[in-house]
Design a protein around this ligand. Structure first.
Ligand SMILES: Cc1ncc(COP(=O)(O)O)c(C=O)c1O
Length: 481
């Protein structure tokens, strides 16, 4: 029987919540024996959902069964330990619980009094992010969808603050001579997209050559800055990588901060991939200079193992965000509110309505403690070393890169000796591995050469899963040789 709202009867609501919990438990059961990818053609998956707008509701038990069959049971197994593609951290169980609770209270974190506790939790998470990344204790920031949005936000703040005296929020960029940005040629594509969206144009992004270890070449960087100055352009921002997406390379952040200082540039760090391991005792030396950046992008859905989506932009002061984003509107005015300690995120970011991303990060950190998370981070790095050792020892594999972080790139050679054949074999292996589905792995290009790329950020991985990766890649590779 339907009542006059969208609510279920209490009994049915309870039953469906239990069913949903059962589905969550089933996803976690026997995880080592589940495939990483279920191959279906795009046309087939499209056909499952190809129907007109439902005008009338269906039976909810049937809907749950349908969702299980078509969505959960076919889902790319990001959760599982055989996901080596991109940067897929597996998520945490505490995130699942937090997301359910967050959806229940349905808070809008755009204004303080719409979500008082979540608002303060978000501020606390930002504070903790300053500590976890070594960026510092004096921070402002905002939670955003991920690393791309965090980099975009950082570059917007950089541009608006750097050119504040030209009043570009009102004037736009019209009539200004081009200003230039600098990053290594390994910088993530989201920086390109950000620069396009900012109206600066990627012609103004100087892609600086990298050294053999894929870190930015500092001499080439200075030369590029000097050249632009000589040509009358305005260098304004240098972007450092605290872990590149391709190989996990960490630029010399201390040297970049000095160059930024010398030429009066904004120093932004893309720490989406590696920012959250910056204080890990075994590698923190590689991150010297994090605290000297003006802004840092980090991703909790990567190396904090939070569920998608949760990224964060950190700056040194809330005021930088306010000067970038504040817009007065009568319907949002806080003047009538008594408590002046309130901080409204809509005044410090583009979004007005915002969900409670911070809850899963906060609950995760409170439940596991950062030290336990750091143990998982270290395990990921150790497993990557283990993978590299195994590949180095094997005659039929070639390790092409491994960094301080949890990415190794390699090629399967089998018995082949000709460069072109090896390259072609490895490229053919990617779709074949996807069809096979036992592991999920993708490729990249390093200095123009194709390589298979394994990212091992997932707290559920262990030595067995690494051995399994090698076994499956070998089997698929040799079948195509
Ligand atoms: C270095 C780096 N920057 C930015 C991003 C983009 O992050 P997101 O996918 O969360 O938008 C990634 C993603 O892998 C990354 O590795």
């Amino acid at each position: 029987m339907q009542n006059n709202s969208l609510d279920l009867s209490p009994k049915e609501f309870e039953m469906l919540l239990h069913e949903a919990s059962d589905l969550v438990l089933q996803q976690h059961a026997d995880i080592d024996n589940k495939k990483a990818f279920h191959y279906f053609s795009q046309k087939e998956i499209e056909s499952w959902f190809d129907e007109p707008l439902p005008r009338h509701g269906m039976d909810n038990s049937e809907l749950m069964a349908l969702t299980k069959e078509k969505v959960l049971d076919t889902a790319t197994n990001n959760l599982g330990p055989y996901m080596f593609a991109y940067v897929m951290a597996g998520g945490s169980q505490m995130s699942i619980i937090a997301e359910k609770l967050a959806a229940t209270i349905n808070q809008n974190v755009g204004k303080w009094h719409l979500a008082p506790a979540i608002n303060e939790i978000e501020r606390r998470v930002i504070q903790w992010a300053g500590e976890m990344t070594g960026f510092g204790n004096s921070v402002g920031g905002v939670l955003v969808s991920g690393g791309s949005a965090a980099n975009l936000t950082g570059l917007i703040v950089a541009r608006n603050i750097f050119f504040e005296k030209y009043n570009i929020r009102e004037q736009g960029l019209f009539n200004m001579p081009p200003f230039t940005l600098y990053a290594s040629n390994e910088v993530h594509g989201c920086v390109d997209k950000s620069i396009e969206e900012l109206g600066i144009g990627t012609n103004q992004l100087r892609r600086i050559a990298t050294n053999a270890d894929f870190t930015i070449n500092l001499e080439a960087l200075e030369q590029a800055i000097e050249k632009d100055i000589t040509e009358g352009l305005t260098p304004f921002c240098v972007i450092g990588n605290a872990g590149t997406v391709n190989t996990g390379a960490i630029d010399d952040l201390m040297a970049l901060s000095q160059i930024a200082k010398k030429y009066h540039l904004w120093f932004h760090i893309d720490g989406a991939y590696g920012g959250l391991v910056a204080t890990l005792p075994s590698i923190k030396n590689e991150y010297k200079g994090m605290d000297l950046a003006d802004s840092v992008a980090v991703d909790f859905h990567k190396w904090l193992y939070s569920a998608f989506e949760a990224g964060c932009l950190l700056v040194k002061d809330w005021d930088l965000l306010k000067r970038t984003y504040f817009k007065k509107a009568a319907y949002l005015d806080t003047e009538l509110e008594e408590d002046k300690g309130r901080l409204d995120f809509n005044e410090h970011h583009f979004q007005l309505s915002r969900n409670a991303k911070a809850l899963k990060v906060w609950m995760g950190l409170k439940s596991y403690g950062f030290e336990r998370i750091q143990k998982m981070q270290q395990k990921d790095i150790d497993l990557t070393r283990y993978l590299a050792e195994q590949l180095n020892e094997a005659d039929d594999f070639e390790l092409t890169s491994v960094s301080h972080l949890a990415i190794a790139c390699f090629r399967y050679k089998g018995t082949l000796t000709h460069e072109e054949q090896i390259s072609s074999l490895n490229q053919r292996m990617i779709p074949a591995l996807e069809k096979d589905g036992r592991v999920f792995i993708t490729g990249t290009k390093l200095k123009g050469e194709f390589a298979i790329r394994a990212c091992l950020i997932n707290h559920r991985m262990h030595k067995g899963t690494v051995d399994y990766l090698i076994k499956v890649v070998r089997e698929v590779g040799s079948s195509l040789e």
